[in-house]
Design a protein around this ligand. Structure first.
Ligand code: ATR
Length: 275
């Protein structure tokens, strides 16, 4: 009898997660037999839940808020990009029984920008808002694209100044006030402000003509940052739905050895958003 391979996403809150839908669509599209479910797991429950999941035959796991750092701490070993992110969103059961921790968020963002939305990063001036876990996860893949410069601005300026020290000073950190008079080709919102429909305080003229805004968060309605980008006449003001699908496709590839076609899945999920 053929057994089904089990996958899951752990996080809290997890009720509204689109990951089960996305992975089940990937499975149908690529003719893979698997199941993928969401489990409400908080930080206190994390270690027991992960141990039980793999002991019961689980093959791979996604971890989301607030578990990415715990997943990084508890993986048997980690990829280089997970190491620089200090966060893991994908756990993979290997043939030797060890659990590999990876982070597919950054590559998901870069693919959505470059491949899906034709946004160039090379030689561009990039601003990242926020200096938390989300920013940490995208820095290395963004630096790989050889932008002209990256600036990280954060409400708590000490965090924005600390971060470049960990990345060999390959970018700079500052406060929101210090952005006054500067401009950028691509502005990425990696703060969690969107979750409460808030916006970091941003000066006028921050975005160059034809500049692009991208919110790592997504919602059924345009986020506060996406609306801000539209007001700044951004050539594109996007939210993170495409990044969500792309990071999931990378995880699926790691688990199943086949990369799903993402464009049709993104189009489907976009079409399902309420008007
Ligand atoms: P995540 O894993 O989503 O990045 P995090 O590590 O808690 O979560 O980081 C949240 C980021 O959003 C931080 O940079 C935070 O700024 P502080 O370091 O000053 O706390 C930022 N943030 C959250 N709410 C914000 C708001 N209303 N305005 C500006 N920045 C905000």
């Amino acid at each position: 009898m053929k057994t089904i391979d089990h996958y899951a996403v752990f996080g809290s809150p997890i009720k509204h997660s689109k990951s089960p839908r996305i992975h089940n669509l990937f499975a149908t599209q690529t003719n893979q037999t698997l199941d993928y479910v969401a489990h409400e797991v908080n930080a206190e429950q994390f270690i027991t839940a992960v141990t039980d999941f793999f002991a019961q035959g689980g093959k791979g796991l996604n971890c989301t808020v607030p578990l990415k750092e715990l997943a990084w701490l508890n993986a048997s070993h980690r990829t280089e990009r997970a190491e620089s992110a200090k966060a893991v969103n994908t756990l993979i059961l290997q043939a030797d029984g060890l659990i590999l921790g990876d982070n597919t968020d950054g590559v998901g963002l870069v693919t959505d920008l470059i491949v899906n939305n034709s946004v160039e990063l090379k030689n561009k001036r990039i601003l990242i808002l926020g200096a938390g876990g989300a920013t940490r996860g995208i820095l290395a893949p963004l630096l790989n694209e050889k932008p002209a410069c990256i600036t990280v601005a954060n409400r708590t300026v000490s965090k924005a100044i600390q971060l470049p020290l960990e990345f060999n000073h390959r970018f700079q950190g500052c406060s929101f006030d210090q952005l006054d008079g500067q401009n950028f080709d691509v502005i990425l919102n990696a703060t969690s402000a969107s979750l409460s429909d808030e916006l970091p305080p941003l000066p006028q003229n921050l975005l160059t003509e034809n500049g692009v805004c991208y919110d790592l968060a997504y919602g059924n309605k345009p986020t506060a940052f996406v609306r801000w980008g539209q007001l700044q006449n951004a050539s594109k003001s996007l939210d993170g739905l495409g990044m969500l699908v792309e990071q999931a496709a990378e995880a699926f590839l790691l688990w199943r050895g086949v990369r799903p076609k993402t464009r049709e899945i993104i189009e489907l999920l976009n079409a399902e958003r309420p008007l």
